[in-house]
Design a protein around this ligand. Structure first.
Ligand code: ATP
Ligand code: MG
Length: 171
């Protein structure tokens, strides 16, 4: 187990340089000073990394991106709620249901020459599921996108996760 606040903060710090370069206002907010949590470091890092990569890819210069972290009790179990909020180009409503599909990329022709393969969100979705968590994306075209990841962080939940992970996963 680890302090999730400093863990998320560390990943945030990696992107601070890109924020400076792209002139994006970049904020980190946490409801707690410390969140003692059981989680899979490697998976949470990949989830955050992919979400932040998307946020930076689809947010133009001068706009802002926020990372927020909260602790919440859901059905009597402790959860971490991590949000990556961007004020970027947004996702058209008719595409929101497709973004978790592998190789899916927007049909919006205005977004020229975007590097990437459309695998990021499909992969995150898979990692979040292994972690017994949930991911939710809300977006408004030309306004921005909020990706919310909810993960159980109690020891009991974590030990259950490790058992699940031994089973083959469909991906
Ligand atoms: P990869 O992650 O493999 O490098 P990608 O970023 O294009 O490629 P995903 O991360 O799976 O692929 O995202 C799928 C699509 O969803 C993106 O191509 C983009 O059209 C849309 N999308 C994802 N995140 C955002 C965001 N924060 N703002 C606007 N559109 C987004
Ligand atoms: Mg991506």
């Amino acid at each position: 187990n680890d302090d999730l606040v400093s863990f998320v903060k560390d990943v945030f710090t990696v992107f601070e340089e890109i924020a400076l370069e792209k002139e994006i206002k970049f904020l980190f907010l946490s409801s707690e000073k410390q969140i003692d949590a059981w989680f899979d470091n490697d998976k949470v890092e990949k989830i955050l990394y992919n979400l932040l990569s998307n946020a930076f890819k689809f947010t133009p210069k001068g706009k802002s991106i926020k990372v927020s972290l909260e602790k919440e009790n859901i059905k009597n179990k402790v959860h971490a709620v991590i949000k990556v909020i961007d004020y970027g180009i947004g996702i058209p409503e008719e595409e929101l249901n497709s973004v978790f599909e592998r190789f899916y990329q927007t049909r919006n022709k205005n977004i020229s020459a975007q590097e990437g393969s459309g695998l990021g969100l499909a992969y995150i979705n898979h990692l979040v599921k292994i972690h017994r968590g949930e991911i939710n994306i809300k977006s408004e075209l030309h306004k921005g996108t909020t990706c919310t990841v909810t993960l159980p962080i109690s020891k009991a939940a974590y030990l259950k996760n490790s058992i699940i992970e031994l089973q083959p996963q469909k991906y």
